[in-house]
Design a protein around this ligand. Structure first.
Ligand SMILES: [Ca+2]
Ligand SMILES: [Ca+2]
Length: 176
């Protein structure tokens, strides 16, 4: 990723999203609040679109070789546009997929499910995605001692026409 990539805790954004979560998805919100923070915090970036969006990824170890993969995104727009996209898409305009990064070809590994989505004046269109997976799913370079590089691609399909694609920075960790 470019030099504008940075690690950030993004507390303001998360707080906002959790407020929205209680309105639209109370069970999911409780799960999200209980999630332990990764030692390094969320890995966030918006290199290609500074000011236009922010997209974050993090992976928490839950024990017994089980991990929680989480992606959060804010796409800045008016609250009216955000609500129109949510309503027009039937509640989920996003497709969020985890990839293993490699020199020649990035392999698609698995999709994440929507946890919560919301429209707000402050953040525009916001959503969180999550999946709990075994460690083997994150071991995208299975050679002995090979470190793994994972990132998320979030595609926003606007029901009024067009789509946009967002990419997180790479999460680098050895999963096996
Ligand atoms: Ca790799
Ligand atoms: Ca590996």
């Amino acid at each position: 990723m470019s030099t504008t990539t940075s690690r950030s805790h993004g507390r303001g954004r998360r707080r906002l999203l959790r407020l929205a979560a209680f309105v639209v998805a109370p069970l999911a919100a409780i799960t999200a609040l209980a999630a332990p923070a990764h030692a390094d915090g969320p890995l966030c970036g918006n290199a290609r679109d500074p000011g236009g969006h922010n997209v974050c990824m993090w992976i928490d170890a839950l024990g017994d070789d089980i991990y929680r993969v989480h992606v959060g995104i804010d796409v800045h727009m008016s609250v009216q546009d955000a609500q129109a996209i949510i309503d027009g898409s039937g509640g989920n305009p996003f497709v969020t997929k985890i990839f293993g990064a490699d020199p020649f070809f990035d392999n698609a590994e698995f999709n994440l499910g929507l946890v919560v989505i919301g429209a707000s004046q402050e953040a525009g269109l916001s959503a969180d995605f999550e999946r709990i997976v075994p460690k083997s799913w994150l071991n995208e370079d299975p050679g002995p001692g090979d470190r793994d590089e994972l990132f998320a691609r979030v595609v926003l399909n606007d029901p009024r026409g067009g789509s946009r694609s967002f990419r997180t920075p790479e999460w680098r960790q050895q999963f096996g």
